[in-house]
Write a protein that binds this ligand. Structure first.
Ligand code: PLP
Length: 392
């Protein structure tokens, strides 16, 4: 059996021991005589799986009592609509646009009300987190951010000061990579396929007073997206993604066994630092995000030309290093170093870059700049064009 060095942005590497456990339980889940894929979502066995997944996640993130935890389908994308449908009571919300995912969330929200861009880094090709306003209009229904922009590779260290306005965050690609102060948010959500499990579920964590009255746009909100109903039904309004929730539960336990989120944070920075340090001294490769805003998970970089980028991706594949091609919106390369990516895989990637650089010495043009360089021009689609958006 040969496992590759998988730097996929999502769906992404899962811990090998979790995969082995799933394999061992595939034909007979703990004496049930069937797999988790074959059992009723109303069964006691499945309810225990859900309850255990939620309890483990609550321990990991230290989720306050007054927050509800939901496992919903539709990925992170469905919550682009779920957030305004549930929270846009006066139909006015503020959006920080720091990459394509927050931009898409903003565009979706505009279908429901006045979604106001309160900060954006689009002018600099999302090479940074934009500066936040000192204060926000206290009549806004919420302020929305995407903590870690998976495609561009920038990540927020702190958040806008919103005072009484609830802060909403898409944390998909840094979910469980590091601690998160859930109590600072009104609502956070994450598609789990980046760091927590297989595709097909989003975890939504919401403060209960925000959903107590039902959805803001009750007349048009689909029942499935009514977070009060989902909370009342324990995410079992309809058949949930049983398999994804089961695997997530195992990953949550695995993270706990690794020492929890502080330990994950340390090991993740240790891993990506290997790459960032290499990029900072390289004459061929350059990082595409301003140093202070670099992601803990998605390391974006490029060489001096798309052709050379292609040859690097091929050279990497020959060494079993896969899924390092950048998102097609930005080109270049992206190495997603989520929790389950081993330090050895990252070291192998750095070695591969060094070897590639040695054999291509002199390929960097005079004007190649390092950290903070503008990413390659968009060649197809745009950050707003769904056709141009691939997974991750
Ligand atoms: C991947 C991703 C999404 C989209 O997730 P889906 O589950 O495919 O809808 C949204 N936001 C961020 C930050 C992501 O990384």
């Amino acid at each position: 059996m040969a496992r590759v060095h998988n730097f996929s942005a999502g769906p992404a590497t899962l811990p090998e021991c979790v995969l082995r456990e799933c394999a061992a339980e595939m034909l007979d889940y703990r004496g049930c005589g069937m797999s988790v894929m074959e059992m009723s979502h109303r069964s006691g066995a499945f309810q225990s799986i859900m309850d255990d997944a939620e309890a483990t996640l609550r321990r990991l993130l230290d989720i306050p009592e007054n927050y509800r935890v939901l496992f919903l389908q539709g990925g992170a994308t469905l919550q682009f609509a779920g957030v305004p449908l549930n929270l846009m009571r006066t139909r006015r919300a503020g959006y920080v646009v720091s990459g394509n995912w927050s931009k898409r969330a903003w565009q979706e929200a505009r279908r429901y009300g006045d979604a106001i861009v309160i900060a954006s880094s689009e002018d600099s090709s999302f090479d940074r987190v934009p500066a936040f306003p000192d204060s926000v209009d206290q009549t806004l229904d919420y302020v929305y951010v995407c903590q870690n922009e998976t495609v561009f590779g920038n990540m927020m260290r702190d958040f806008p000061q919103t005072d009484d306005v609830p802060l909403v965050a898409d944390v998909s690609s840094c979910f469980l990579s590091q601690p998160l102060d859930v109590g600072a948010f009104g609502l956070v959500y994450a598609g789990v396929q980046k760091n927590a499990g297989p595709a097909g579920t989003a975890v939504v964590i919401v403060r209960d007073d925000l959903i107590a009255q039902g959805p803001a746009l009750a007349d048009i909100c689909p029942t499935y997206l009514d977070l009060r109903v989902e909370a009342d039904k324990g995410s079992l309004l309809n058949t949930p993604n049983c398999w994804a929730i089961y695997v997530c539960g195992k990953v949550f336990h695995w993270i706990e066994d690794q020492g929890g989120l502080k330990a994950m944070e340390r090991s993740n920075w240790d891993k990506v630092r290997l790459l960032y340090d290499y990029l900072d001294q390289s004459g061929l490769f350059c990082g595409t995000v301003r140093a202070g805003d670099r992601s803990i998970a998605n390391v974006t970089f490029r060489t001096s030309s798309p052709e050379l980028d292609d040859s690097f991706v091929e050279a990497a594949a020959e060494r079993g290093i896969v899924n390092v091609r950048g998102h097609r919106l930005v080109g270049g390369m992206r190495a997603s170093c989520y929790n389950a990516v081993s330090p050895a895989s990252v070291q192998e990637l750095v070695t591969c870059m060094a070897d590639f650089e040695a054999t291509h010495a002199g390929a960097a043009p005079e004007n190649a700049t390092r950290a903070g360089a503008t990413p390659t021009q968009v060649t197809s689609g745009s950050p707003t064009d769904p056709k141009g958006v691939r997974s991750g």
